[in-house]
Design a protein around this ligand. Structure first.
Ligand code: TXE
Length: 489
């Protein structure tokens, strides 16, 4: 059993209340680690450490280029410790190792290098006021203490998408990972010790949303909150932050549609639709969990889709031959099975999967790739985020009908379109209400390209220049060289 401490003020600390909670390996269902159950006293330690780093320590006075060099060193630290980080992420939340290393880890490294290069390029502007005696210019300044709250499905990626730009912009960060997968974020702190950043610049406290997340979000020295999680969690956090008018970035849930037209290439689109939900067992915010098929391709597509989905190999997330790993925690495993049970009773047709399985008798939490057809667009199955390997299939006749069904949702994170008619593809990309639209591909992303939601999928952006913008605030400075100021009255 591994027992962790939490990391604040450049030190490893025991939780003030002396309590811990356990973390289970989703592949075996067995407890493997104890995680600090922090409380508001630990929050106070972390916030004061971050505040000192921003206002008194070397970080506050550091030249941006030097800050960029330090952020780059964080990327070097991830590269050095990539194997250990991947081991712990797979052990703690069941993410397939092949999805973490080398692919994800090189992306995580790139994030630090990309934003390190931006640290000394946050240029302001000189405003043309048209008056010689007035100089007006702008500066982009950090918020100071940033609270970064993350979800359990991809802890390292979600944490680094916040850390890299926030630090490059000159903020200090307090990470609060999900209670369902905290260990890899703590391991990231161990890796960062090699980068030798000033104390308090990066901190990680662990624990439950209400016990730790709320004191963190409402603390008066926290000036920016970046949240990744469910709509319910996000709405709660945004509401708390609103009490003290904090800037908030929200990366929330989705129920993303994939639209397939009669002229789509059959095999490619089947592979793209399957690949857009099943490999992470549906545990991706941008999972394409609704499938809209034009009537002409419907039968051929569903037949091929089931054939491919049934080929998937469920098993050990450390085994490169595994196609689909476990559900990340027991509570979510039971939540997804509940959705499937309700869908069975909803009148939809269970065309594939639908069962919990126990590959290799390992004892973990696995659900088969599951496909429901004849799904009513207004049903819970078509409207609620399941965040599991469950695909809801609907039929449409015309483009307008496809757009109407696709946009008829509270979410707006991503969407996919499969057609050989590029005029149609571009026209529909403009009409779909989603922060990311894929045309004849799905799930692509890179550090340079902004990610974020429309409607209840959130607001603000991560990655790219916009990802940096969310961590600075603009100041306008006016200098008067006028000889005198006339009396106002
Ligand atoms: O979310 P939760 P989960 C979404 C995904 C799914 C959800 C799953 O779509 O909906 O995340 O992650 C903390 N005050 N995304 O179940 O429960 C909680 O402790 C303060 C979208 O973890 O909302 C955890 O650390 N904190 C994303 C974090 O919030 C609170 C990509 C998230 O918990 C809190 C990945 C409270 N009241 C998953 N309640 C994207 N769009 O990029 C919860 N927390």
């Amino acid at each position: 059993m591994e027992t962790y401490a939490y990391y604040a003020d450049g030190r490893w600390l025991e939780p003030a209340g002396g309590e811990y909670f356990t973390s289970e390996n989703p592949y075996t269902g067995k407890t493997w680690a104890q995680i600090p159950r922090c409380n508001d006293r630990d929050v106070e330690i972390a916030v004061q450490a971050a505040y000192r780093a921003c206002h008194e320590g070397p970080w506050a006075r550091m030249h941006p280029a030097e800050r960029g060099t330090m952020v780059r060193r964080l990327g070097d630290a991830v590269a050095l410790h990539a194997d250990r980080l991947a081991d712990i992420e797979t052990r703690d939340n069941g993410k397939r190792r092949v999805d973490i290393h080398p692919g994800l880890s090189s992306w995580l490294i790139d994030s630090f290098y990309y934003y390190a290069g931006m640290a000394d390029k946050l240029e302001g502007s000189v405003i043309p006021t048209g008056r010689d005696e007035i100089l007006n210019y702008t500066r982009h300044e950090p918020y100071g203490v940033v609270a970064a709250i993350t979800a359990w499905n991809s802890p390292l990626l979600i944490a680094i998408w916040k850390l890299a730009p926030a630090l490059a912009a000159g903020n200090a960060v307090i990470l609060k990972p999900s209670e369902f997968a905290s260990a890899s974020t703590l391991e990231l702190m161990k890796a960062f010790e090699d980068a030798d950043l000033p104390s308090g610049v990066i901190n990680t406290i662990t624990g439950f949303g209400a016990e730790v997340g709320e004191p963190l979000v409402t603390h008066d020295r926290v000036r920016k909150v970046s949240f990744t999680g469910s709509v319910k969690g996000g709405a709660s956090v945004a509401g708390l932050a609103a009490r003290s008018v904090k800037s908030v970035t929200m990366e929330l849930g989705g129920k993303s549609p994939q639209l397939v037209f009669d002229d789509a290439r059959l095999e490619d689109s089947v592979h793209g639709v399957c690949g857009g939900i099943f490999p992470p067992a549906g545990q991706s915010c941008i999972a394409g969990s609704r499938l809209l098929l034009q009537a002409g391709i419907y039968d051929a597509f569903v037949g091929k889709l089931i054939e491919v989905a049934q080929r998937a190999r469920l098993g050990d997330p450390n085994d490169p031959a595994t196609n689909i790993g476990p559900i990340a925690n027991k509570i979510h495993f039971e939540r997804v099975l509940g959705h499937i049970e309700r869908a069975r009773k909803s009148g939809a047709t269970l065309a594939c999967g639908g069962n919990a399985v126990n590959p290799g008798g390992a004892g973990g939490w696995f659900i088969e790739p599951t496909i429901f057809t004849n799904v009513a667009p207004d049903s819970a199955l078509a409207r609620e985020e399941i965040f599991g390997p469950v695909l809801a299939v609907m039929r449409f006749e015309t483009e307008d009908e496809a757009v109407q069904i696709a946009n008829d949702t509270d979410f707006g994170l991503a969407a996919g379109i499969w057609t050989e008619d590029h005029r149609r593809a571009l026209n529909l990309a403009n009409r779909l209400e989603a922060g990311t639209v894929y045309l004849n591909n799905y799930f692509d992303a890179c550090t340079q390209s902004p990610v974020g939601g429309y409607k209840q999928s959130g607001y603000g952006r991560e990655n790219g220049w916009e990802g940096m913008r969310d961590f600075v605030q603009t100041k306008s400075v006016w200098l008067s060289t006028a000889r005198r100021i006339e009396a106002p009255f």
